[in-house]
Design a protein around this ligand. Sequence first.
Ligand code: NAP
Ligand code: FE
Length: 367
Amino acid sequence: MDKFKFFMPTDTFFGRGCILANKEVFSSLGSKAMLVTGRNSAKKNGVQKDVTEALDALNIPWVLFDEVGENPDVETVERAAKMAVSQKADFMIGIGGGSPMDAAKAIAVLAANPEKSSDILFTEPKAKAMAVVEIPTTAGTGSEVTQYSIITIHEKRTKRSIVQKVFAKVSFLDPKYMDGLSAEITNNTAVDALSHLIESYLSVNANYMSDKIVEMGLSLFKDCMPALKLRAYTEEVRDKLMLASAFAGVAIAQSGTSIPHCLGYFLTYEKDIPHGRANGMVTRAYLELFPKEDQKVAQLLHCLDMNNTEEMGEFLNEVLNISETFTVEEISYYTDRTMESPQKLATFPYAVKKEDIFKVYEKSLLS
Ligand code: NAP
Ligand code: FE
């Protein structure tokens, strides 16, 4: 068996009601919290109330930054970090989908280094960060158990991960906050989790342990596939989706993501296509980049009870209801942009050329 390293330092609580049942863990993280949320959902689904009730019971003061939009940009995290510094907050609680959770990590770095500019997010891997708690309300990005924080850089017309590895100290996984999540967001985000499972499994950076975790994640995901198709979700399905997403996060924390994430970032930036959906749109063609005889692809499809990549394509079309249209000029531009940063392509186990990337976009977006 090959040698490998495995790292996952986040204290993780799972289950309905897990925040209030374990609230004492907030006491060890700092003296004043900043809650980092999106504009609406945290207020509606009960999570903000549970967190503030826990903090109030422990006499931990808190401030709220509730202006994180989808795909948070550098300007937003800069603004929040200034508020954290002026309010003397010394730990972050990211609450929501991947956008507020990722923003909380970047804010934790900037607020811990108030004398430095936001450039450090992309230049100083060793910059310190305040403690972070993450509470996912989508399933999802897995940001609650990964070291990544994906931030939009308008100057570069794309999204990049910050260079610091900011794992949450604690994460609370309570699926009840997703009970009212729309079918559209549920399916788009579930496909993000699926893409993490797939990209981790097929990456050159996968290892024995990340593969076993992916296989468990795929098994949970498979159980949810009928509900995703029907767009009707029981509590059990919500629980399994949240766990599949966390397993997928633990896996990409080891291996990173791969080609679909790289290609998807341009669809999100240029066409506002939600992140998970963007990955899902290119996934079948990505799988078809592998030689037909690739055993790992066969094993992956087997884990989902699929016989071939067409079945994967049909599943993704059904759950995403893909209808966006593109031009050849657009996909040529995305292809050129993809080739500018070839690091993600290096995670693919075979040589990939520019024509291959164009073909993935063409098959996915023009046919
Ligand atoms: P999101 O951008 O965080 O949220 C999408 C929408 O869902 C928002 O309108 C949000 O509303 C709403 N929402 C969230 N939870 C809800 C709930 N429980 N009920 C009702 N509405 C809810 O979406 P996401 O797909 O979870 O996150 C995408 C981001 O994560 C991208 O920036 C992506 O690059 C990043 N990402 C990070 C990692 C990582 O490892 N760190 C991995 C993959 C993706 P509000 O705005 O009102 O809250
Ligand atoms: Fe993702």
